[in-house]
Design a binder for this molecule. Structure first.
Ligand code: PHE
Length: 338
C-alpha cells in the first residue's frame, strides 16, 4: 500500500526527471504514477479522499513543471540552432560524394522493367502492400481455417496479428473488388501487382526472407487458360528478348483451379542446355470462391492469375547465382549494375 511518504518520494523523483529530460510529457506515463493511481482502491475509506487530493496535487504540480520545461526547451532550441553553413562556401572546396557514384538497385530497375512490359500489354501496374492481415493472406484466397496449406507459406506475424505478406496474392481480393464495377459495365480487370514479400524459412542460395513477386490478375466474361499461357509466354519472351519454349505441370494452390506451375526452357544464350527447364511461377484459373469473396459472380465471369518471384527472373537474366546478394548491400555486387 502506498503512503503519503511514498507520494512525496515519487513526486521528488518525477519532478527531477521532468527538469532533466528532453521529453518531459513522457513522465506522465511513468509506472510510478500508475501505481499510485492503482493504490487508491486499497486505501481505507477515511483516508481515501486525502490520498486522492494529494495525488491530484501531485499531478497538477507535474503538469505545470512539464509545461515550463517544454517552454524552456523550445526557447533553448530556438537559441541554439546555427543556420550558417559550417564553411565559407565562397572559399572552401568541399568534397561531397559525387552523385554519379550512386546507382539504382538492380531490383528497382527490373521491377520497373516488368511493370513496363505488362503496362504495354494493357495491364495496370500497382504496388503490393507490405503489411497485411489474415483475411487477405488466406481467408479471401480460399484457404480453409486451420488448413495445412497455410503452413506452406511460413508467414511472419506481429503480436497484434498483422501479417507480413508471404506472396503478392494478398492483393487479389483488393484488385477484384476495385475492378468489379468496371467488369459489370462491360470491361475487364487486368492488373499486375508488384512488391515485397517475406517468408520465415531457411535461407540458402535460392531462399531469402525478403523477396519480390509480381502477381497478375485478369478477369473477363470468357478468360481462359490459353489466354493466360499466351500472356505469360509474351511476357517472358519480351523480358528475355527471344523466343522461348514453355511448359506447365499441375500444381496445388487453394486459390486457383486448375493450378499450374509454369516453366520456360533455359535459353542457351544464358547458359542453358536444351531440355533444361526452369520453373518460373505458379498460375491458374481463379477459384470461384475467390471471385465470390470479392462479390464477383463466378457464373458470369472467369479469371486467371499468376504469381512469381522477381529475383528468379533477374538471376537468370544476369547469371546471379545467390539470391542473398540482393539484400546484402554489397557494393561489389551493386557496382556490377551501376
Ligand atoms: N501466390 C503463389 C505463391 O507465391 C503463386 C500463385 C499466384 C499461384 C497466383 C497461383 C496463382 O506461391
Amino acid at each position: 500500500m502506498s503512503t503519503m511518504q511514498d507520494i512525496e518520494e515519487i513526486e521528488k523523483k518525477l519532478l527531477s526527471r521532468v527538469s532533466t529530460t528532453n521529453t518531459p510529457r513522457d513522465v506522465l506515463r511513468s509506472p510510478d504514477l500508475k501505481q499510485l493511481y492503482g493504490a487508491i482502491k486499497s486505501i481505507p475509506n477515511e483516508q481515501r479522499s486525502a490520498y486522492g487530493k494529494r495525488i491530484n496535487d501531485l499531478k497538477l504540480s507535474l503538469e505545470s513543471s512539464i509545461s515550463k520545461r517544454e517552454a524552456d526547451l523550445d526557447n533553448a532550441a530556438v537559441e541554439s540552432i546555427d543556420v550558417t553553413a559550417p564553411w565559407d562556401i565562397n572559399s572552401v572546396q568541399v568534397n561531397l560524394l559525387p552523385t554519379n557514384l550512386g546507382s539504382q538497385h538492380p531490383l528497382t530497375v527490373e521491377i520497373e522493367n516488368v511493370a513496363d512490359i505488362f503496362t504495354r500489354m494493357g495491364f495496370e501496374a500497382i504496388e503490393s502492400r507490405q503489411i497485411d492481415d489474415d483475411y487477405h493472406m488466406f481467408g479471401s484466397l480460399n484457404f480453409p481455417e486451420n488448413h495445412p496449406a497455410r503452413d506452406g507459406y511460413d508467414t511472419f506475424r506481429t503480436e497484434e496479428g498483422f501479417i507480413a505478406p508471404a506472396h503478392t496474392s494478398t492483393m487479389q481480393n483488393r484488385i477484384l473488388k476495385a475492378g468489379k464495377a468496371k467488369l459489370e459495365s462491360g470491361g475487364q480487370i487486368g492488373v499486375v501487382a508488384l512488391g515485397r514479400c517475406f517468408r520465415n524459412e531457411d535461407l540458402d542460395a535460392t531462399h531469402e526472407h525478403t523477396f519480390y513477386q509480381f502477381e497478375g490478375v485478369f478477369v473477363s466474361k470468357d478468360a481462359n487458360l490459353g489466354q493466360m499461357l499466351g500472356t505469360l509466354r509474351s511476357f517472358f519472351e519480351c523480358y528475355y528478348g527471344q523466343r522461348l519454349k514453355i511448359k506447365t505441370q499441375p500444381a496445388y494452390f487453394p486459390f486457383v483451379e486448375p493450378g499450374l506451375e509454369f516453366a520456360i526452357e533455359k535459353p542457351t544464350t544464358l547458359g542453358g542446355k536444351p531440355g533444361e527447364w526452369l520453373e518460373m511461377l505458379g498460375c491458374g484459373m481463379i477459384h470461384p470462391n475467390v471471385l465470390l469473396a470479392a462479390g464477383i459472380d463466378p457464373k458470369k465471369y472467369r479469371g486467371f492469375a499468376w504469381g512469381g518471384g522477381i529475383e528468379r527472373l533477374v538471376m537468370l537474366k544476369y547469371g546471379i547465382e545467390d539470391i542473398r546478394y540482393f539484400e546484402s548491400g554489397k557494393l561489389q555486387f551493386l557496382r556490377k549494375f551501376a
